[in-house]
Design a protein around this ligand. Structure first.
Ligand SMILES: Nc1ncnc2c1ncn2[C@@H]1O[C@H](COP(=O)(O)OP(=O)(O)OP(=O)(O)O)[C@@H](O)[C@H]1O
Length: 654
């Protein structure tokens, strides 16, 4: 406010005075921001000096906090520390007060998988801007602080030894989407958390008791398992005799058996068993030690780069955390760059590269631009990781392209790119995982259990969603931006059958900017000829996609299929004489009164695949034409409810 007043006052001053004062203000502002960053730096240096840690922490007062310090990233303007991620860096002992708590612009704090003990200082849990706090897998004890900052969206205190009750103040964390408190020693009742945004909850393996609040009954049972005295949905109903949660009437322990096995044995027998057992134990310990040493040797080799790329899943990562398979895509990630996963703004994921590399990964497919994996992280978060091959552009160009893709991805019909990683040897893209699969698998995947063919309404909805996604990419990407890879396996489906277009903007990064030869079925003739794609060639590919939806035929060769069909050519040949029903997917012909709409859609598709690029419609026109069909669909035909039983077998989506 005072700055604004100062500026207003300036308006009445002579020009020289104005400029002098402006410079003064700017320099004051700069001094302030430098002071803020310096105070963050001092707080972190004090933190590092007060807590024993491993050799990974390379923080020194002479190096740049924002660009050189391990685990630190700054705000985009470089004036404050925004995230601090120090997983598994050997932090040992108590989190010192008056250190991290001073980072009052901190948004993400991850100190997980260290050996932190004693309690969590309230000045850390109450940092005002903190939205994600990861302290899992430590030895933190004491009670959970009541002063948790209200901006928290993600709180993970699991695998510690916190005691006492879950603080009632958690109810005030209205932004909270994930709460992980499993594997602690928490007791007492679960507070009635009416948190609207809470999507992930795990309170398992504690000593919680009493009824599960109704607001939490929709979470799965494994959110609560391992608390012997919890009851109510989703666990077993509470009986009238459920033990009281308060310590006033302690739970009666079950009656002991009269005489146990050991009591029945003589002293001599016990000594003999103990001696034998001791020997076995020593042998087991030696075997375990040998295994550990061998495994360690293997890991060191991997870190030194002797592990070959392409192994399906190599052994685990850091010492002490060797139980998880390591994702294949981790092989080209350099040790020094492990914290350089670049997230886009607005992304609610809270993991770092370490997490991603430790995720269990399953190959979804090997596409033209690389291999695609489904990665499940330790906290259950599932994402898709695309490992790009043959990227030819410079790091700067790559980052610029990512910037556009990240920005353009913000649309309901586009699968957003959430993060990327770039190094000399490895380029990874992280997308949301879309569990419903692609239009390709819905159309050509056969009758997998519970999956019905897509009906006409679903296909119109998919066409419209896909068209809207592509139009958005064309518009928002800045005039000449193209999708470049339109095909049915890149059109994913939401549970409501909204089409989500994915993998756009990658052709520009690759060796063959025109895209792979196997995409030829979707490729516009001029794009094949000139090896150059345009928005008009995207329209052509979209036309082929529409023909695929109408005919049920795949324009690409796929496993188990001998021939790919040149759809535009085939449709031309069939309809040359007259528009004929033979073109349409037999699964569609079961539905009455839709021929007219299908023919109109066929006309749109054929307009998109005309040979002359300039004669093809723009995507906005395509949207308008499909919307008209959709409007007439609701005018002319009975609703699904009215069709009722007659069609019930054919109207489900997937
Ligand atoms: N975000 C996602 N969620 C769920 N499945 C996905 C996601 N992205 C891709 N897939 C699926 O993973 C599989 C492999 O994808 P990939 O992109 O590697 O191959 P492709 O689509 O056949 O080829 P291309 O690289 O040319 O796009 C495809 O079946 C695709 O539908």
């Amino acid at each position: 406010m005072s700055k604004i007043t100062n500026l207003l006052l300036l308006m009445d001053q002579p020009l020289l005075l104005k400029s002098t004062l402006s410079i003064l203000l700017i320099s004051l502002f700069l001094q302030q921001t430098l002071a803020d960053l310096d105070s963050d730096k001092q707080a972190l240096l004090k933190f590092a000096a007060s807590i024993p840690h491993g050799p990974k922490l390379n923080w020194t007062s002479s190096t740049s906090i924002c660009t050189e310090w391990v685990g630190v990233t700054c705000t985009p303007d470089g004036t404050r520390v925004a995230t601090l991620r120090l997983p598994g860096v050997g932090l040992f002992g108590t989190i010192p007060t008056n250190t991290l708590g001073k980072l009052d612009a901190l948004e993400v704090l991850s100190l997980r998988s260290n050996r932190l003990t004693v309690d969590l200082p309230p000045d850390v849990s109450s940092i005002p801007s903190l939205h994600s706090l990861f302290l899992q897998h430590n030895n933190l004890s004491g009670v959970i602080p009541t002063s948790l900052t209200s901006s928290l969206r993600f709180l993970d205190l699991s695998y510690n030894t916190f005691t006492g009750e879950i603080p009632e103040t958690i109810k005030n964390l209205t932004q909270l989407t994930a709460l992980y408190l499993q594997n602690n020693s928490l007791s007492g009742l679960i507070p009635n958390l009416g948190l609207q945004k809470l999507k992930h909850l795990n309170l398992s393996n504690n000593n919680l008791s009493g009824p599960i609040p109704e607001a939490l009954s929709t979470f799965p049972a494994n959110s609560f398992l391992g608390n012997p005295f919890l009851c109510g949905l989703p666990l077993t109903p509470c009986s009238g005799t459920a033990p009281s949660p308060t310590p006033i009437s302690p739970i009666t322990p079950p009656a002991k058996p009269k005489k146990n096995f050991w009591e029945k044995l003589s002293l001599g027998a016990i000594i003999a068993i103990a001696a034998g057992g001791g020997t076995i134990l020593i042998i087991l310990l030696i075997i375990l030690l040998v295994c550990l040493l061998r495994r360690r040797g293997h890991n060191e080799n991997s870190a030194a780069g002797t592990d070959s790329k392409g192994k399906s899943a190599a052994g685990g990562g850091r010492a002490g955390r060797t139980d998880k398979p390591k994702a294949e895509y981790s092989s080209g990630v350099q040790e020094a760059e492990r914290n350089k996963l670049v997230f886009f703004e607005g992304c609610s994921y809270n993991f770092d590269l370490e997490d991603l590399l430790r995720a269990s990964a399953e190959v979804l497919g090997k596409g033209s631009y690389g291999t695609t994996y489904k990665a499940v992280l330790e906290d259950g978060t599932t994402v898709v990781v695309k490992r790009l091959k043959e990227v030819v552009v410079s790091k700067k160009d790559f980052e610029q392209q990512m910037e556009i893709i990240g920005r353009v991805g913000q649309h309901q019909n586009v699968v957003p790119l959430r993060a990327y990683y770039y190094s000399k040897d490895e380029k990874l893209l992280v997308y949301d995982y879309v569990a419903n699969g692609s239009v390709a698998s819905a159309l050509h995947g056969g009758r997998v259990a519970g999956r019905e063919p897509l009906d006409w309404e679903a296909r119109i909805k998919i066409s419209l969603g896909a068209a809207r996604g592509i139009a958005h990419i064309h518009l928002e990407g800045g005039g000449k931006f193209i999708h470049g890879n339109i095909k049915s396996s890149n059109m994913l489906l939401s549970p409501e059958l909204d089409a989500l277009t994915s993998e756009f903007g990658l052709a520009q990064l690759m060796n063959a900017p025109m895209g792979p030869i196997r995409l030829v079925g979707y490729r516009a003739p001029e794009a094949i000829e000139t090896k150059k794609q345009t928005q008009k060639s995207d329209v052509y590919s979209f036309g082929v996609f529409l023909l695929e939806l109408l005919t049920g035929k795949a324009p690409l060769k796929s496993p188990g299929r001998d021939e790919a069909v040149d759809l535009p050519k085939w449709v031309h040949s069939v309809v040359r004489e007259e528009w004929t029903a033979e073109v349409f997917d037999v699964d569609l012909l079961r539905h009455p009164n839709i021929e007219d709409e299908m023919v109109r859609m066929l006309q749109i598709a054929m307009a998109c695949v005309v040979n002359t690029p300039d004669q093809r419609p723009k995507m906005e026109e395509v949207i308008r034409m499909i919307e008209e069909i959709r409007a007439s669909e609701s005018d002319n035909r009975p609703s699904s409810e009215e069709r009722g039983m007659a069609e019930s077998s054919g109207t489900q989506g997937i």
